[in-house]
Design a protein around this ligand. Structure first.
Ligand SMILES: [Zn+2]
Length: 464
């Protein structure tokens, strides 16, 4: 199958150019002007007035994650399909090592959830719940089989929490095997104290979830894990950075020359603590770190502009308001933490970034696709329109407008955090490894077509 994309503007992290793209099978075969005059194709897609961009890559999702006695609702099928509608053609999800089990058992369980179900390509990071001699030894094997990142938490005592010694040991191991430690950096011990105090005062509404998790607790933990990484001589990656305090810690470390990398998420750029108000409705916006006062948002945009934040992922972890978020009626600590978002990331960043005049179209592509591919060992197979790369291609209409709503989204969840918000920019046609999987608002892909992405260690790790 040969597909020719004509008359579009290829937008890449390094620049934009008017050129046609020939796809042969699963790969990009040729890029050039007026290709229709010299090559034949089975199908021609006209991209006049549209961008031709590499498919979005969301490196932080939680399909079917068990949390707080329930499960994140999207499966690998519904979640990757929703992602595709939003122009995202690869995800990296978090496999979970259950306490007392091996990493292997956790990874096998996640392979079983995804294989035969995902409609587009997927990789895994590994959440480590126990750091001990056995799991440390297992890390090397996972790096070798394409799961080179390990997430640890300074939050969630008694669940995912690791103490500083455990974090440091895991970092020492990545110094040897080339893997990357990803950190959820909030001081969970201190947060639990404040949260218990608030509940004791009768402050049980979702709003107090946001109050309890002080920005300084994120700043402190971010600085701490960066310092631990410096001591271990390894890079570190901060997930879902939300607060000015944490942004400052990352910026200062980068200015010292430390290999610290960080992502933020759309919810921290577009939503705020106020959304957690309105009584129990605020449960729809409960995630960790929490939504921050609105004045933190511009700091994060500045981070994206200056590359102190390298990319935006979603932390997609959807729970229905009805029946799932409701578990936290009367105690915000019992609300499952997580928001839906995998479908809206590319458009929100286009609208709030490019249309709003904060970033260029090229930087937008870098943030949603190229940087994730480079930092997570997928480049140049993913994240670029280049000869030989996988034909994960989005024909993107930068002028289309749509209104985000739970009535029309494809995520398997009963609400949208962005209900009624109008955005400019929308994916028109989405290809995954050469196959059209979304066209004219219809899914044309196939359950199980997604393949496991065996990833290498990150680019920066290969040159150091
Ligand atoms: Zn997460």
């Amino acid at each position: 199958m040969r597909t020719l994309i004509t008359n579009g503007t290829i937008v890449g992290a390094d620049g934009s150019t008017a050129a046609d793209v020939l796809i042969d099978g699963e790969k990009i075969a040729l890029i050039g002007r007026n290709l229709a005059a010299t090559v034949t194709a089975d199908e021609t897609l006209d991209a006049t007035g549209k961008y031709v961009i590499p498919g979005g890559i969301d490196v932080h999702t939680h399909m079917e994650l068990p949390f707080g006695g329930t499960f994140a609702k999207d499966t690998f099928e519904s979640g990757t399909r929703a992602a595709a509608f939003g122009g995202t053609t690869s995800i990296v999800d978090f496999a979970v090592q259950a306490r007392g089990a091996s990493l292997r058992q956790g990874l096998d369980a996640w392979h079983a959830k995804a294989e035969g179900n995902a409609v587009a390509d997927y990789g895994f990071h590994m959440i480590m719940s126990d750091v001990n001699d056995a799991t440390l030894a297992e890390m090397d094997g996972l790096v070798a089989e394409g799961v080179p990142d390990f997430k640890l938490f300074t939050a969630y005592p008694g669940v995912f929490y690791s103490d500083d010694g455990a974090i440091f040991r895991a970092m020492q191991q990545t110094a040897k095997n080339g893997g990357l430690i990803m950190m959820h950096a909030e001081n969970g011990m201190a947060i639990d104290v404040v949260a218990a105090d608030l509940v004791g005062e009768g402050k049980t509404d979702p709003y107090y979830h946001g109050v309890a998790r002080y920005p300084i607790f994120e700043g402190e933990a971010t600085n701490r894990v960066i310092r631990l990484a410096e001591a271990a001589g390894v890079p570190v990656y901060i997930v879902h950075l939300s607060a000015r305090d944490a942004m400052n810690a990352v910026r200062e470390a980068r200015d010292r020359g430390v290999g610290v990398f960080a992502e933020t998420c759309p919810q921290y750029l577009f939503l705020s603590l106020e959304d957690l108000g309105h009584g129990f409705e605020g449960a729809k916006f409960v995630c960790s770190p929490p939504l921050r006062p609105a004045d933190h948002q511009e700091e994060l945009w500045t981070g994206l502009i200056k590359d102190d934040l390298q990319l935006v992922s979603t932390d997609h972890c959807p729970f229905d308001f009805e029946g799932q978020k409701e578990l936290g009626q009367g105690d915000f600590r019992m609300i499952p933490n997580g928001l839906p978002g995998v479908e809206d990331r590319v458009d929100l960043l286009h609208d709030g970034g490019v249309v709003a005049g904060r970033i260029s179209p090229e930087r937008w592509v870098e943030i949603v696709s190229t940087a994730p591919a480079k930092l997570f060992g997928m480049f140049p197979r993913k994240g670029t329109i280049a000869v030989g790369s996988d034909a994960d291609v989005v024909i993107y209409d930068p002028k289309a407008t749509r209104t985000i709503s739970a009535k029309t989204h494809h995520m398997d969840v009963d609400y949208s955090c962005y209900e009624g918000r109008q955005v400019r920019g929308q994916s028109d046609i989405v290809l995954s490894r050469g196959s059209v999987i979304v066209r004219d608002g219809q899914f044309t892909g196939r359950k199980g077509a997604g393949k496991f992405l065996k990833r290498s260690i990150a680019d920066y790790a290969r040159i150091s």
